[in-house]
Design a protein. Sequence first.
Length: 217
Amino acid sequence: MTVMRTRLPLFLLILLLSLPLATAAAAPGRVLLLGDSLSAAHNIPVAGSWPQLLAKRLAEREPPLELVNASISGETTAAGLARLPGLLQRHAPQLLILELGANDGLRGLPLQQIRDNLAAMMDLASDAGARVLLLGIELPVNYGPQYRDGLRAIYQQLAQDKDTALLPFLLQDVALDATLMQADGLHPTAAAQPRLLHNVWQVLAPLLDEWQATDDG
């Protein structure tokens, strides 16, 4: 009987010590989305926004993935850069979806400043072990071709220089359809959100497959 009393507590101790390890192994991977009002459900129901639709799709993957949407309406690249270190430390994502630059462009901020901020965020993510998906944006035509072309080129050049996945224009097949845009002409409607998810998923899905295949290997 004495032997049984000593073995049982030892067994229970080993079992209890193994539980945290099993829980950590089963935790889903994490995707961090850092964006502005285009990703923050501006004037539409949150449940129908493209990030929420994406979160559901990621949760259904095998293995599942968790989406952390840290997007804030009005966010600029400078503000995003200031917040990103804390977000990376808190959430430890395997992937960063970076959707910033529209508010900088609408304010006519220097293109070099926008590029530098985006590049710094991409470097921070890479240093933290996270891959990056860069979402590009286009400005209205009244901003003039030189500035609009310059902003567009920033995303293309950064994706090439840093070997990063790129969606050239988040609002592809949406921005020029008045039925899919709100009255301000800048933000997509609730009806447009599945289209935005489609645009993102076309680039994101292969990236996730590649990343998870690498991890499995």
